[in-house]
Design a protein around this ligand. Structure first.
Ligand SMILES: NC(=O)C1=CN([C@@H]2O[C@H](COP(=O)(O)OP(=O)(O)OC[C@H]3O[C@@H](n4cnc5c(N)ncnc54)[C@H](OP(=O)(O)O)[C@@H]3O)[C@@H](O)[C@H]2O)[C@@H](O)CC1
Ligand SMILES: [K+]
Length: 568
């Protein structure tokens, strides 16, 4: 999936509805004008990719997504396209009804049935305007069959996918979770895959999570004139409500994150190596040191001023080789570690990779008691699951993959991966009597109890909900790994990093390198959420830069090139 570069703010479907409602209630913009802008954006995107007018089939659903479809049809027809429009025999809302009426003045509307859809001549472009953000339950009956047809038209999905343009999303996709309603959570062959998806104002979480990046194709984010209504009671929407996304991170963001002097950097050290922090990487017993060494190498490459590897004394011999810049110090037990961490110049700790669960369990208490910024990964997470969350604090970053997440948060994992539990529609989300009040309400609740908001969005429990709930429960930053890595802080702020384009990053030891990068950034003084999110991005960029054939050992060596490519 291609997106525009830089941080991208994301709105949940409920936030999008509240924003739209607030804009309309201001009296300065009408729903019809928004729909006209949305239709024009889709028509523009089509004309940009198919410059010569051809034949288009537009499938219009029962709500405003369908209204957008009628608007697209009218604009394409005026531009010389041959149109075939299929719609439903229902009474849509006033804006969609007006768009339907405008189209009806230009051409016929056939009933949207499987038979009618199948019977039509082949088209250059199919516009999917059946369901958008309003999908509240799995599609059923005829519409479900039509969506399945879109997923595998004529058994030749690959060919059809090149011609499918989705309005807001391929129909059936839940834009809060990225799962297909009514389909296996892991997806199947009948999910519609679009060449192009045009969404409005902001992307939604589902564009980046689970099946979203696979099914949406190229994502176009169209400005439809809602920007100024992002203000509520004079305040901008808070970051807890807006989720920044890469890829790719804009150079300025990265420079600010890595090289701006953070408040908690050791101010008096000036250009001394301690000014860039000192990361301690705990290593495991003899024969298991490779993982921690990978992390240590990554922490050095990302610019920690000093990095010390701390294996048991008996394992020091294993670490005699390069890099020579790495310091080694034997640490046998929690007392020795506590004594070492009494040195205030050690600014971050990573524990877990290759550590062994017993050793991680024995040393975890000293790491947490030191109150240092720390990364808990691999064996440290298994030890944490057995030990409990006591002592965790908001400078801890937990980096579980799916299996570790399930051990740490079994109930949240079950909600995420068990049979989908559809929630009833949320009262007041769609048409709140006072939208500005509704927005203020969302803000107030996010401030008071961010976790109370998670799980309110979308009919399905999402990976974003799970990461936010986990972070709130642990009182620490949680980075839930995957092709869609979700990073959440206890206060509800969250980031999504989509790396569906680099399947070769799923390789042994890559997680150890990520832990080292984050530890290096923490050592440099980055706040935990930024260290985790920037680390996930730089880790992925290193894999992109190397390409297929990557092994984890290659990643640290790519980091200088990644930073150089970004002009840093
Ligand atoms: N927000 C904005 O700023 C803008 C939004 N815009 C556009 O509006 C779209 C959102 O429109 P929307 O809210 O009308 O929802 P939409 O996706 O058309 O579906 C709702 C309809 O489907 C029905 N329905 C639901 N589930 C069903 C099922 N399983 N099987 C059958 N029916 C089902 C549901 O019925 P109900 O649940 O009410 O019974 C209702 O009739 C958004 O994606 C974007 O394209 C732009 O125009 C400009 C600005
Ligand atoms: K759609």
């Amino acid at each position: 999936m291609k997106t525009r570069p830089g941080w991208t703010e994301v709105l949940t479907c409920a936030e999008m509805r509240a924003l739209e409602q607030a804009a309309m209630d201001s009296g300065k913009i009408t729903g019809l004008a928004l729909m006209e802008a949305a239709g024009a954006a889709v028509a523009r995107a089509i004309q940009g990719r198919w410059p010569l007018p051809g034949h288009a089939t537009v499938l219009c659903g029962p709500g405003n997504n369908g209204g957008d479809g009628y608007a697209v049809a009218a604009l394409l027809a005026r531009a010389g396209w041959q149109l075939r429009v299929l719609g439903l025999d229902n009474m849509p809302g006033p804006d969609a009804a007006e768009m339907k009426r405008r189209w009806a003045a230009l051409g016929p509307i056939e009933l949207l049935t499987c038979d009618a859809f199948r019977a039509g001549a082949d088209s250059d472009v199919y516009v999917d305007a059946i369901f958008g953000t309003g999908l509240a339950r799995p599609p059923e009956g005829e519409l479900a069959q039509i969506i399945a047809l879109l997923g595998g038209l004529g058994g030749d999905r690959a060919c059809f996918a090149q011609r499918l343009v989705a309005v807001d999303c391929p129909s059936g996709l839940c834009l809060d979770s990225g799962a297909h309603l009514g389909r296996p959570r892991a997806g199947d062959d009948r999910d519609p895959h679009a060449r192009l998806t045009v969404t409005f104002d902001s992307p939604k979480p589902g564009h980046f999570l689970e099946r979203g990046p696979i099914c949406c194709g190229e994502l176009v984010i169209a400005d439809i004139g809602l920007r100024q209504w992002r203000e509520c009671d004079g305040r901008a929407l808070r970051p807890a409500r807006l989720i920044a996304i890469w890829p790719p991170l804009a150079v300025e963001d990265c420079r600010a994150a890595i090289y701006a002097p953070p408040a908690n950097r050791l101010a008096k050290q000036g250009g001394h190596k301690f000014a860039n922090g000192h990361a301690l990487i705990v290593a495991g017993p003899l024969g298991q040191g490779g993982a921690a060494r990978l992390g240590a190498r990554a922490a050095l490459r990302i610019g920690a001023g000093l990095v010390t590897l701390a294996p048991p004394k008996a394992a020091l011999i294993e670490h005699l080789g390069p890099p020579d810049a790495l310091m080694r110090r034997g640490v046998d037990d929690d007392e020795a570690l506590a004594a070492m961490l009494a040195d205030p110049r050690i600014t971050a700790v990573a524990i877990g990779p290759g550590c062994g669960v017993d050793r991680a369990g024995a040393l975890l208490g000293a790491v947490l008691a030191s109150n240092r910024a720390c990364v808990l990964d691999a064996d440290a997470l298994t030890a944490l699951a057995a030990r409990g969350f006591e002592g965790l604090h908001d400078r801890c970053v937990l980096t579980p993959h799916g299996g570790e997440f399930a051990r740490l948060f079994p109930d949240l994992d079950e909600k995420l991966n068990g049979p989908p539990a559809l929630r009833p529609p949320r009262h007041g989300d769609a048409a709140h009597p006072d939208p500005m009040r509704h927005m203020a309400d969302l803000h107030a609740r996010a401030e008071a109890a961010p976790q109370a908001l998670t799980g309110r969005h979308g009919p399905l429990y999402s990976k974003l909900d799970a990461a936010r709930n986990a972070a709130a429960r642990a009182g620490a930053v949680v980075l839930l790994k995957g092709p869609d890595t979700v990073i959440a802080a206890p206060d509800g702020q969250a980031r999504i990093h989509s790396a569906h384009d680099i399947p070769w990053l799923a390789t042994a030891g890559a997680g150890d390198v990520l832990a080292g990068i984050i530890a290096g950034l923490l050592a440099r003084g980055l706040p935990p959420l930024e260290a985790a999110a920037t680390g996930a991005f730089l880790h992925a960029q290193a894999a992109r830069r190397f390409g297929p054939g990557l092994i984890a050992d290659d990643l640290p060596g790519q980091l200088p090139g990644v930073l150089r490519d970004m002009g840093l």
